[in-house]
Design a protein around this ligand. Sequence first.
Ligand SMILES: Cc1ncc(C[n+]2csc(CCOP(=O)(O)OP(=O)(O)O)c2C)c(N)n1
Ligand SMILES: [Mg+2]
Length: 326
Amino acid sequence: VDIKENSDAEMNLLFELLKKMIYIAMVEDEISKHYDQDRRKFYSSIHLYSGQEAIAVGVCNNLKPNDIIFSNHRNHGHYLAKGGNLETMILELYGSVAGCCRGKGGSMHLCDMKAGVAPSSGIVAGNVSIATGYALANKIKGNKNLVCVFLGDGATEEGSVYESICYAKVRNIPILYVVENNLYAIHTPLKVREPFRYVSEKFSSIIQTMVVDGNNVEEINQVAAEAVRDIGVRGGPYMLECITYRMRAHHGTGNGIDDARTQEEWDIWSKRDPINLTREKLIQHNKGYITKIEDFKSHLSVYLQGVFKFAENSLLPSEEELLTDI
Ligand SMILES: Cc1ncc(C[n+]2csc(CCOP(=O)(O)OP(=O)(O)O)c2C)c(N)n1
Ligand SMILES: [Mg+2]
């Protein structure tokens, strides 16, 4: 028995991580429910994070408030894990003038600079070079703020990612590249796109890379801590590749089972759901966690009902407002 692994302090930390994962999952479920009820109320397409929660939570647990994240089209989980404001996020999804982009961005363009969430972009890999430049600016200014950018396996195939990574190496730029390898870019499986098992192999001769189980929040938390420490010591870039699976369709709702993603594959990954795995580990340690988890979920559910109700009845931008800040 690994005493350290089963200590109460370790388990309390795990419980905190679990709560954040449940928070993200419940927000995504609620969005999905409302989207199915009336998608005309949403002014953009949605790309849900369900199944990948451990990555945002494990990584962001190692970031300070002044550290900044750059996200992509699948940004809800990143935004929430970094502490982005839930109300302004949901208002944004409903196109409200009180949303984080005053209703002009929608789901793919969330931002909350107070929480260290830079404006997200739906241009695949577009965030990588911007984040690298931001990290270079931090280095030149001499502050110790870290930049972390999330990108998908598909995004690693964009030329600008090679350019950014080479440049980050040459200039020794302090940046954490977090690759969420969910094995697909829309409907195209990784195995028909690349000869590599891990997409970070393409970069391992250039920068420090590490592959981790993207459904194990404890492991991600530990490896992200090492990566952040390593960037602090060397000053230079680091790539963390997390192997995972999205439990929903590429965009919109549903489970995303199609010609490429079979029911069998989905079932295998569903048994490896990061939230269930963490929940089981906690309960095995102490049955008291069953009620703690249920209490957390029921309080959160009440809060979420209020947030969505408020957002559904919120004001859209006026014609005049629509033409500002664009
Ligand atoms: C430059 C650009 N090319 C294509 C698209 C269309 N597109 C949107 S998401 C996506 C796949 C992204 O796959 P991946 O990076 O693996 O992220 P995932 O959706 O799996 O999280 C594509 C091709 C786009 N938005 N931007
Ligand atoms: Mg992908």
